[in-house]
Design a binder for this molecule. Sequence first.
Ligand SMILES: O=C(O)CCC(=O)C(=O)O
Ligand SMILES: [Mn+2]
Length: 209
Amino acid sequence: MTQGLLFEEPNCDVRRIVISDAELTYYRQAFSIDESQQFMRELMANTPWRHDEIRMHGRVIPLPRLQAWYSDEGAKLSYSGMHVEALRWTDQLQAIAQRVKALSGLEFNGVLLNCYRDGNDSVGWHSDDESEFGPNPIIASVSFGAARDFILKHRFRLDEKPVKIILESGSLLVMGTNAQTHWLHQLPKRKRITEPRLNLTFRNIYPAG
Ligand SMILES: O=C(O)CCC(=O)C(=O)O
Ligand SMILES: [Mn+2]
């Protein structure tokens, strides 16, 4: 039984991060320490984690993270050439989505959960600009657990320095207009980190065509 999902509005420190051609907004404590610990514990235990593999240069390679995809009916996700069947929203995920909406005004029809078991888990350079996310996707990223470096680099302008944001437990990062079209992002390995981290990227999927 989940407790404490109806919490008071957090008094949240909001920072607009100015990068060329795109908008990022960082809400440092979108979730309190207690809420973050509770969500971390419950999501770790209750999520049916997938450990997918990708085929690269004729070899099958396990992804360096665990994942789960939740959405409204019909919002199918495909990545690395796979179609991922959606799970239905849980009370916890709806409560987290409500907080994202209360802070940012944004609503989404799906959420991808990533579990980085420790600092050996990672996600490489990419942007979430697949056609199913629409022409200029806005993505809201919630983090619980170990703080990890999140790095962005401009896709076209070599004179732009990469930008590092430390995504702390309980934070919300909104990747706004042009963040996917003009920038790539990654979560690099950090061998000294031994604790797990969960990340939830809220997205909107549009029907094919
Ligand atoms: O874990 C993160 O902070 C980023 C995850 C991500 O970029 C993704 O799932 O597309
Ligand atoms: Mn991404």
